[in-house]
Design a protein around this ligand. Structure first.
Ligand code: CTP
Length: 400
């Protein structure tokens, strides 16, 4: 994202304090960030806070009416931005966007810009659920320029538990990164994308299992990227704990057998399937439903192979479906990946080294050689897992 230009619009809600983190993270990543605060936003956070975090400028309506800018400020900012994110978006600013109003610096800049605009609403539950607010929300989203991160449910600053809580800074940041990459193109609109993520666990008893270090970050990045590109996404994941992914249907499970069942069930509806999960190859032959005492643990553990899910999907694949696998390798990358691509009847395989720093299990970054069934190869240098996900979708759709 280094060198990209992001404009953050802040309207007047308490969630404005969370946007400080968005701005700070972007600036630390080398992004050029500028901010516009509405007068109401200035009651919650100060322009100085944002100007300091941006290292650039934070603008208010006072700047808008000053005569010393040369070209009008809203035109300059509108032309400058590659992505505009409005967070928090209040009911008032939403209504102005829906109506095409331009009565302050932020709304004038919206109208003077052409870049994709990300909207992250935040408000009290009753306000969010008002028919007028919902009508305005539906209205703005008919314009393809606007990309939405719907508010979630949670404890609100008004002591209510309910819908209206702004998306977390990490989700806003991922969406901004995607929009900088795609420039707002929803090339997967209407496509059904099925993704598996995380390492499966094959239990010997309720406590002990055979597993691997996969954290599911690559699969989650793929699910986010597909959703940001307009797809209808199902994420089948074996990561324990919550996977807070807006816009994604998420199915949690533990073992390879459970993953196989879910993947087989979802696969017929999928246009594009990515098997990013690190599936165990074997399981303990016997499962004990009670925890085994230490003295009863066997010296040698009898193992049984688990089915190869991807190979099964390859056999079921229809001509309109695309099937993508990962080959997590040490040493030689291409030869074993090509063998897996052919044996499992894949359209594309991502061969990624797990023995390099900044790639593989648990890392926030990855690198890979992408190979398709025609033998085309593209090397992707180390990048964020979200960018890797976008590069993979580009490769699958012959856009690289
Ligand atoms: N895979 C799968 N089911 C399994 C094992 C692997 O669906 N039981 C999928 C993985 O999700 C990945 C691809 O197959 O997309 C390749 O997995 P990998 O572990 O690299 O290779 P294996 O086929 O298991 O072969 P090996 O362990 O011998 O390298």
């Amino acid at each position: 994202m280094k060198g990209k230009r992001v404009l953050i619009g802040v309207s007047g809600g308490i969630a404005a304090y969370k946007v400080c983190e968005v701005v700070s993270t972007l600036a630390k990543a080398g992004v050029e960030v500028r901010a516009i605060l509405t007068d109401a936003a200035g009651e919650f956070v100060t322009p100085l806070t944002f100007a300091t975090l941006c290292r650039q400028g934070a603008f208010t309506d006072k700047d808008f009416w000053e005569a010393s800018h040369g070209r009008p400020l809203h035109i300059q900012l509108g032309e400058w931005a590659e992505v505009l994110a409005i967070a928090p978006l209040t009911a008032n600013t939403l209504a102005k966007l829906a109506g095409g109003f331009a009565d302050n610096l932020l709304t004038n800049t919206v109208l003077a810009s052409k870049c994709p605009i990300l909207l992250a609403p935040a408000m009290n539950t009753d306000m969010w659920e008002q028919p007028a607010v919902q009508r305005n929300w539906r209205e703005v989203l008919t314009d393809g320029r606007y990309h939405a991160i719907e508010p979630g449910a949670g404890m609100l600053a008004c002591d209510r538990e309910g819908l209206g809580r702004m998306a977390e800074p990490s989700e806003i940041l991922s969406h901004i990164e995607s929009l900088l990459y795609t420039k707002g193109d929803r090339d997967l609109a209407g496509k059904r994308v099925l993704i598996s993520a995380g390492g499966t666990r094959e239990h010997l008893d309720p406590v002990r299992f055979i597993g691997n270090p996969s954290t599911g970050k690559m699969g989650i990045a793929l699910a986010q990227a597909a959703w940001h590109r307009g797809a209808i996404v199902t994420l089948v994941h074996s990561i324990t704990g919550e996977v807070p992914l807006r816009g994604v249907r998420s199915i949690a499970l533990t073992s390879a057998q459970e993953m196989r069942q879910e993947m087989l069930e979802c696969f017929p509806d999928a246009d594009l399937t990515v098997m990013a999960a690190a599936v165990a190859d074997v399981k303990p032959t016997e499962y004990h439903s009670e925890k085994l005492p230490k003295r009863s643990l066997p010296n040698a553990l009898p193992l049984t192979p688990v089915p190869d899910i991807l190979a099964e999907l390859g056999k079921l694949k229809q001509p309109h479906q695309k099937l993508i696998g990962f080959a997590a390798q040490t040493g030689d990358l291409v030869k074993p990946a090509l063998e897996k691509l052919r044996a499992k009847k894949l359209d594309v395989i991502a061969a990624n080294p797990i023995d390099k720093i900044g790639a593989g299990f648990g890392s926030n970054t990855n690198q890979a050689i992408l190979i398709n069934a025609e033998g085309k190869q593209v090397e992707i240098a180390p990048c964020s897992k979200l960018e890797m996900a976008h590069r993979l979708f580009d490769f699958v759709m012959n856009k690289d």
